[in-house]
Design a protein around this ligand. Structure first.
Ligand SMILES: *Cc1c(COP(=O)(O)O)cnc(C)c1O
Length: 352
């Protein structure tokens, strides 16, 4: 067998067990399908695809629609196959061999994984015990490391918390790095870095259709930044990377913004209800500004994960992740799904 690149050989791979279970609350998807009208308009629009031709290489119509949605210029937008490919492209352009990438932990493990696969050195800055960031400590480490790229997720996955917006200034003052603000859960957040990204060559914001837009199957994400930065991303990405069907689906999805906002409020009110119920059961909860809740019970995490599975509920076991011993992550589902989770949890807590 030919020798693997050492970066790949060292990888544990991405493990989110997809066991066959009635209630899947483990990957932060929306519990609701997109509107029926979206699906029918999309299938209709497929009739007009020029199947023998390559897609529009720069996805201009989709970017026009997105630009109108955000009140930005199309030149300030890059689109790709899920925000993971967006993040990979920004790493291709600004990280890689001989370059340093800073992440905050606990955080989104794909930032680390993609950076390492591309040969970048990853430096971890630890969050506080309560998962917040210590500004003075961050400043000190960044000055010393002088990274080329820094990832900040807000709201953060898997903790669900929003970092203070002042972290952007702290990071900007301490380094010349590209700051990538991952806003996969932006629709749940109290602030966004988009406005800053438009006026800086050192801040970009990534977004996705996977979570709030109920379109995880689509694999569509985008990035907002200055037009100069965006130009470099078009150079780094493969030609014709975004197929015609996806471009059409993205354009159509934006017509259903009201439906999306309605789904967000439903999820937020369920999240509040679940958080309150967990606290009443004496469970530790990381205060969430997203569509999921990180929690820790007095029982062992592996025991709890299996007990919930016995009740037909799959959650994410984060206990083996850095700094998260004992913690599990619940994606907020429908009211019935959340009730099933709470019933399963309560009975597991009472088990001898
Ligand atoms: C889910 C998630 C993503 C991945 O989004 P895709 O668009 O599905 O690739 C990116 N960042 C964070 C923090 C996420 O939780």
């Amino acid at each position: 067998m030919p020798e693997l690149r050492p970066e790949i050989a060292a990888m544990p791979g991405y493990h989110s067990p997809q066991v066959d279970v009635p209630i899947r609350l483990n990957t932060n998807e929306s519990p609701f399908p997109p509107p029926e009208a979206f699906v029918s308009e999309f299938t209709e629009a497929l009739q007009d695809v020029s199947w023998n031709r390559y897609p529009d290489r720069t996805a201009s119509r989709l970017r026009d629609r997105l630009a109108a949605y955000h009140g930005v210029q199309p030149e300030q937008l890059f689109v790709a196959n899920g925000s993971n490919e967006v993040l990979q492209t920004i790493l291709l352009a600004y990280a890689g061999p001989g370059r340093r990438v800073v992440v905050f932990e606990p955080g989104y493990q794909m930032h680390v994984q993609i950076a390492r696969i591309l040969g970048s050195e990853v430096i971890v800055i630890e969050r506080n015990e309560d998962f917040t960031l210590d500004g003075a400590h961050v400043r000190e480490v960044l000055r010393e490391v002088q990274p080329h790229l820094v990832f900040l997720s807000s709201p953060n996955n898997p903790t669900g918390q929003c970092d203070d917006e002042s972290m952007i200034d702290i990071i900007g003052e301490a380094t010349d790095a590209m700051l990538v603000v991952d806003e996969a859960y932006a629709e749940f957040s109290s602030w966004s870095a988009i406005e800053r990204a438009l006026h800086s060559d050192r801040i970009v914001v990534s977004r996705t259709f996977s979570k709030t837009w109920s379109l995880a199957a689509l694999r569509l994400g985008y990035l907002v930044g200055s037009s100069d930065v965006i130009d470099h991303l078009w150079t780094a990405v493969l030609p014709y990377h975004l197929d015609s069907m996806k471009q059409i689906a993205g354009e159509l999805a934006l017509k259903f913004t009201d439906d999306m906002n309605e789904r967000v409020s439903l999820i937020v009110s369920e999240r509040e209800r679940v958080q309150t119920a967990l606290i009443e059961l004496d469970v530790d909860v990381s205060p969430s500004s997203a569509n999921f809740v990180l929690f820790k019970t007095r029982r062992d995490a592996d025991f709890m994960w299996s007990a919930l599975l016995d009740h037909g509920v799959l959650v994410r076991n984060c206990s083996s992740w850095p700094r998260l011993e004992g913690w599990l992550r619940l994606t907020i589902g429908t009211e019935d799904e959340n009730n099933a989770f709470l019933a399963g949890l309560q009975s597991a807590l009472e088990k001898e």
